[in-house]
Design a protein around this ligand. Sequence first.
Ligand code: GRF
Length: 212
Amino acid sequence: MKSVVILISGRGSNMEAIVRAGLPAKVAAVISNRADAPGLKFAAQSGLPAKVVDEREFSSRGAFDAALEAAIERHSPDLVALAGFMRILGGDLVRHYSGRMVNIHPSLLPAFPGLHTHRRALEAGVKVHGASVHVVTPSLDDGPIVVQGAVPVLPGDSEETLAARVLEVEHRIYPQAVRWFAEDRVEFAGDGVVQVRDTGISTDSLISPRNT
Ligand code: GRF
C-alpha cells in the first residue's frame, strides 16, 4: 500500500477528509509548520504520527526546508500532500518530490493563484469558481492539474458563503486525487499535463460538486 505524508498549517479539514475517506493508502504522518495548527488535534485523536517543524525556529528558508525534508523522509512516503500548508517551499525540496507532491488550491487554476481567491473571484464577477488539486512545481500554485471541482457563484454570495461551497468540493476532490495516486492511475503526459486513467468521471460531472 502506498503511503502519504500530509503537511498542514491550520484547520486541517482537507487532511481530515483524506484520512476519513478510507483510501487504499496509508497516512504515514501529519506534519505542521505551526505548533498551534488546530488540525494537529485531529491527527493526534486519530492516532496518526504528528510532528511540528516550527518555522519560527529556523533562521533561513533553507534550514527550515532541510528540517522539513528530514521529517518527511523519516516516513519514506510515496506521496506528499500539502493541505492548507501556508508556506512556500524552496525549489530543491520541491524538486526532490518531483511528481509526487500535490497541493490543493481554492480556485480553478490557472485563475486566481495566490491568496484571497474567493474575494478575487467575486470581484472579477466570475460565474463559476472551484478548487484544483495540482502537482507541485517550484512556481506558486502552478503545475499539472490532477482534478478540479467547480461550483456556481450565486447572486448574494459573500467571501464566506463562496468559500464554504468551494470547501465542500475540496473535501471531495482531494481524497479522490490521493486515491488516484494510490492506485497508480496518474500519468504525466508531457508538456505539463497530467492524465488520469479510468476515472469514471463523465464529461459533465466536474461542473457539479454533487457528481464528482
Ligand atoms: C483550503 O481552502 C485550501 O484549499 C487552502 O487553504 C485552506 C485550508 O483549509 N490552501 P484546511 O486547513 O484544509 O481546512
